[in-house]
Design a protein around this ligand. Structure first.
Ligand SMILES: *Cc1c(COP(=O)(O)O)cnc(C)c1O
Length: 393
């Protein structure tokens, strides 16, 4: 039995309790793979694909090597390439925008909703209104006239983006919709689970994600049979039904059997882990309500369930609060300190500070507090007490 005192460090994330609970099950599953001598594209991967598809209610799930690769594969399967335009959010992990850039597409950014930091449908609608249509009816982006092919929405911190608005908007304009759900598998909105929104969903099993492997891994889900078949081909170098006969150039991007076996042990626990995170989030919300200077993001509305990959507040004097908590032994993080449209590698896109004010303000104010299912209640209470102390509340 450990007790939390006023000076016990509170890590930002602690994976050890999970390992203590199910480490033996994982070791057994990995040993089974070693004995099978089947390491790539075998029974564990196929079983995980089926189980994960069933968990979220998608028709198809296709394993791949990482969440970043899932984004690359999805864009390629939707024919996004050189001279195309992809629209996305400036508040995300770099992979969201690295994927279209690596495929030679132009990236355009639209602003975020201040209360959720997810892509703002009104901002996307305003972007579409500034686009032109060519003679074939295809949408052309306003700056360079590249063809608008896809939108990548991100379910930031574990909360689904506004698909009720984004899906009809993209459909109306003939633009594909990709869900970067690397932070949100298990979340839901309007009675639908993440994994079923848009044309295709990209998942990551990076070890710190809510469903994390013992290394890198990723998956795609879709209801579209033709898209699923193309994704299965693209992850093995674009090979067709016949081995060594290639219909297009793809990648080597598979989820290996060891990862699949580990993830199959973890998947049945995911809903309970996410419920524990929601409980912590509610308690943080309650504990910080009314403290002048700090504001939790909006609580999810009716019918929306976040999985709280991160618990994020907006804070006045954020850097000073971060230093205060760090000195008190409390782990915190800033996601993300520089919005994507202002990254040096994208200076060629021509964005300037002031172009996307909601995203820019967020980068100066966001702070993520310790969040993981097994976070001790006493630790959580110490975090709340230290935040309140900082603001004199
Ligand atoms: C983690 C993450 C990715 C990339 O996943 P990897 O498996 O690390 O390649 C992509 N998008 C978002 C929003 C992420 O959080």
């Amino acid at each position: 039995m450990t007790t939390t005192t006023a000076t016990t460090p509170v890590p930002f994330l602690d994976l050890a309790p999970q390992h203590a609970a199910i480490g033996a099950d994982m070791a057994r599953a990995v040993t089974k793979v070693l004995h099978s001598q089947q390491f790539v594209l075998g029974g564990e991967g196929r079983a995980l694909e089926a189980e994960l598809a069933a968990h979220c209610g998608a028709r198809h799930a296709i394993g791949c090597a990482s969440g970043s690769d899932a984004l690359l594969l999805s864009l390629r399967a939707l024919d996004v390439g050189l001279g195309d335009c992809v629209v996305t959010t400036p508040q995300s992990f770099f992979a969201t925008v690295g994927a279209p850039a690596r495929l030679g597409a132009r990236v355009d950014f639209v602003d975020v909703e201040p209360g959720t930091l997810n892509l703002d449908p009104a901002s996307l609608e305003a972007f579409f209104a500034r686009c032109t249509r060519d003679r074939s009816g295809a949408l052309r982006e306003p700056r360079q006239g590249t063809r608008v092919r896809a939108v990548i929405a991100v379910d930031l911190y574990g909360r689904p983006a506004r698909y009720d608005a984004l899906e009809p908007l993209c459909r109306k304009h003939g633009v594909a919709l990709i869900d970067d759900a690397a932070q949100a598998f298990g979340a839901s909105a309007g009675g639908r689970k993440v994994g079923t929104f848009g044309d295709v969903t990209c998942l990551s099993f990076y070890p710190t994600k809510n469903l994390g492997g013992a290394g890198d891994g990723g998956m795609l889900t879709t209801d579209d049979d033709a898209l699923a078949e193309r994704l299965r081909s693209l992850r093995v170098h674009g090979s067709g039904k016949q081995r060594y006969v290639h219909e297009e150039v793809g990648w080597n991007s598979r989820l290996d059997e060891v990862q699949a076996a580990v993830l199959r042990v973890k998947l049945p626990h995911l809903d309970a882990w996410n419920a524990a995170r929601r409980e912590h989030a509610r308690a943080y919300d309650d504990g910080l309500r009314g403290v002048a200077g700090v504001r939790p993001l909006d609580a999810p509305g009716a019918g929306v369930e976040s999985i709280y990959h991160l618990y994020v507040v907006r804070a006045v004097r954020r850097d000073a609060l971060r230093d205060h908590l760090t000195q008190a032994g409390i782990g915190v993080g800033v996601y993300y300190p520089l919005p994507l449209h202002l990254q040096a590698c994208f200076s060629y896109l021509g964005y300037r500070r002031g172009d996307l004010p909601a995203a820019e303000a967020a980068s100066d104010e966001v702070l993520a507090l310790p969040m993981y299912p097994e976070l001790p209640v006493a630790s959580r209470e110490r975090v709340v007490a230290e935040v309140r102390r900082f603001y004199g509340a």
